[in-house]
Design a protein around this ligand. Structure first.
Ligand code: GAL
Length: 375
């Protein structure tokens, strides 16, 4: 969109500001009309209004993603409207429809269900609103300009490699057999298959050699997904697995794709005595470096997580949006990996970092958390 086009839209959006504020207030949504507090419109905020649709506040990371984007977009001279769908697809769709009818200038979307957005993306296109796909790929639509994410397959590899190393399986050792159970993310999230694939590329040879054994036999993605990435559901599944397959048997490792799931799994394990006496916890992976999991790592419960700096991800989304609204071209570093079924979406993929007790201080050094947060 040209600067002139954006400027026209801003004028319209400004005219509609009062109505929008009232509407959003009625819906309990956040509207940040520039200026960052005090309620005055920021005279610098002439870039336009960005609609930011996030999946849920129930996970700490998405709260951070939303806040980081609001902050960074405002610093770059944009207004923002931030909404959370609370893991209900229909909520998210209607929130985005509202943003379109309020004539936002651009949409940044982290979808609850990546394939449920085709209609609303068509509406955005018809209204001349470009879309940036955030963290999770939007599927089945040509109306996705850019994708900002992490190297999702690498996230899975880091989890798989951590397990291999922690159990001493690497370098042709004949250690084992060790018992492992596998968990995956939500089946409606495109990232889920990438995390799983990355991890299984590393783990499969050890399953084939018998050094790793999945006593439940549940090794297919369709058998191990966790709807809505929900820790409670993961806890129930772990309860069932322990009851059915681990009486008198030790569980040595759990592939977990996300911290909220890891915490659920840990609750299940604790309930039958892991972590006490002579029954140490299995190796348990995770993702997102959420506060609860970093504390759990410090306490010797969860073993690993994958740190993905949400501030950097927001920075990419802001740069892409800014390029789209000012007629520039955004920097991308991957034009092959993310085919959404209709087009390969040009992507910028950030580097995830494997994190455990030995290097979590990175979070303090980089100002992601304060020492006192971990207290
Ligand atoms: C994924 C995301 C992960 C994790 C998960 C659950 O899409 O890439 O980092 O946050 O959702 O929220």
């Amino acid at each position: 969109m040209s600067r002139a086009r954006a400027a026209t839209r801003v004028t319209t959006a400004t005219g509609a500001a009062l109505a929008l504020t009232l509407l959003l207030a009625a819906c309990g949504q956040d509207s940040n009309r520039g200026g960052g507090g005090g309620g005055d419109r920021d005279p610098e905020a002439e870039g336009g209004t960005i609609g930011i649709a996030m999946p849920t506040k129930s996970s700490e990371r998405w709260v951070a993603d939303g806040n980081n984007m609001v902050q960074q977009f405002e610093d770059a001279g944009y207004d923002t409207v931030l909404q959370y769908g609370e893991n209900r697809v229909e909520n998210q769709v209607s929130q985005i429809e509202n943003m379109i009818s309020q004539q936002v200038d651009l949409l940044v979307i982290a979808a609850i269900d990546g394939s449920a957005m085709t209609n609303v993306l068509q509406q955005a296109h018809d209204a001349g609103i470009p879309v940036v796909s955030y963290d999770r790929l939007l599927l089945g639509s040509e109306y996705v300009e850019y994708y900002a994410s992490f190297d999702n397959e690498r996230v899975g590899r880091l989890q798989g490699e951590y397990i291999v190393e922690a159990l001493g399986l690497a370098d042709g050792s004949e250690e084992g057999p060790f018992n492992i159970e596998l968990f995956a993310g939500s089946s409606d999230d495109n990232n889920t298959q990438y995390f799983f694939q990355g991890a299984m590329d590393v783990l499969q040879p050890y399953l084939d050699s018998g050094q790793l054994v999945v006593r439940s036999g549940q090794t297919k993605l369709s058998q191990i997904t966790t709807a809505a990435w929900d820790g409670g559901r993961a806890q129930s599944r772990m309860d069932d697995l322990l009851t059915a397959h681990y009486s008198g048997q030790r569980l040595d490792a759990v592939l977990s794709p996300y911290d909220g799931i890891s915490i659920g799994i840990l609750s299940s394990l604790k309930s039958i005595g892991y972590g006490s006496g002579n029954q140490p916890f299995p190796v348990i992976t995770g993702q997102d470096a959420e506060l609860a999991s970093i504390k759990s790592i410090i306490d010797g419960e969860q073993t690993q997580t994958v740190y993905k700096d949400t501030r950097e991800l927001a920075r990419q989304a802001v740069a892409m949006s800014d390029a789209l609204l000012t007629g520039g071209e955004a920097e991308v570093n991957d034009t092959e990996s993310y085919d959404n079924g209709v087009k390969v979406v040009p992507a910028y993929l950030l580097d995830p970092v494997s994190m455990d007790i030995t290097n979590y201080q990175i979070l303090i050094d980089e100002g992601y958390y304060k020492e006192s947060d971990l207290g």
